[in-house]
Design a protein around this ligand. Structure first.
Ligand code: ADP
Length: 221
């Protein structure tokens, strides 16, 4: 995974330097674009590997705090819409609006970002992405649902493995690293919680994970 983008960028650079490919603008732009894409891919991989190895460090500690769900969800959904690069419709339904969860702020944001990233990446133009919450037995279940390409049944168990990408998504999207869900699940497990997926190819996917409600919600009851 790390060697391929290096080799491709190296070859494109080589063509520019040694095979007169820099003289004609269309050719030059083509090779420069290849270099840029490969560097972006490398940078995504390095970023994810760093966050994964941080997870694994012995010193790794969670800093759970009371977080306003509405505030974080709205902010992240807006950010992802802006950088989606295609029209995406979103809806959020957080009830009650002042709901707070007990979670590590950075890690919670990473979980949600990974799921939103995927929901957008594996959806067509103008698809709909919903973030909804359900409260049950002192837990909050957060669902990120898309109307995208879906996941074949035989892949549902494999998508949590490191570097795994389903055939359906491989052709469509070369940007993924296959690390997002494995890291996401690790972070959720480190909170002693769970994540599940329901998906139908051609219709869409729904990822649901749980978090403990903070005590603040009880006091208000
Ligand atoms: P990446 O998104 O970088 O490829 P992930 O670990 O986040 O890696 O996801 C692994 C694979 O699971 C993806 O490559 C894709 O095949 C599948 N997948 C994840 N989320 C979705 C989704 N919302 N819709 C369809 N397929 C998905």
């Amino acid at each position: 995974e790390l060697k391929t983008p290096i080799a491709v960028a190296y070859a494109a650079n080589d063509a520019l330097l040694n095979f007169n490919q820099a003289e004609e603008k269309t050719q030059r732009d083509k090779y420069l674009r290849i270099c840029q894409e490969q560097l972006q891919r490398l940078s995504r991989l390095v970023e994810q590997i760093l966050s994964m190895s941080m997870e694994r460090r012995r010193t790794f500690r969670l800093h759970p705090e009371e977080l306003s769900l509405q505030e974080i969800v709205e902010r992240l959904v807006e950010q992802h819409k802006l950088k989606a690069g295609k029209p995406v419709h979103t809806s959020t339904d957080i009830e009650p609006q002042d709901l707070t969860v007990l979670a590590d702020r950075t890690h919670f944001s990473n979980i949600l970002s990974n799921l939103l990233d995927n929901a957008i990446k594996f959806s067509h133009h103008n698809s709909v992405i919903k973030v909804e919450t359900t409260e049950r037995k002192n837990k909050i279940f957060i669902s990120v649902k898309d109307t995208g390409i879906g996941i074949p049944k035989e892949d549902l168990k494999l998508i949590w493995d490191r570097f795994y990408k389903s055939d359906l998504s491989r052709g469509k999207d070369k940007k993924g690293t296959g690390l997002g869900l494995s890291i996401t699940r690790e972070i959720i497990h480190s909170h002693n919680e769970h994540i599940n997926v329901i998906s139908t190819p051609g219709e869409g996917s729904e990822f649901i994970f749980s978090l403990p409600l903070s005590e603040e919600n009880d006091e208000e009851d």
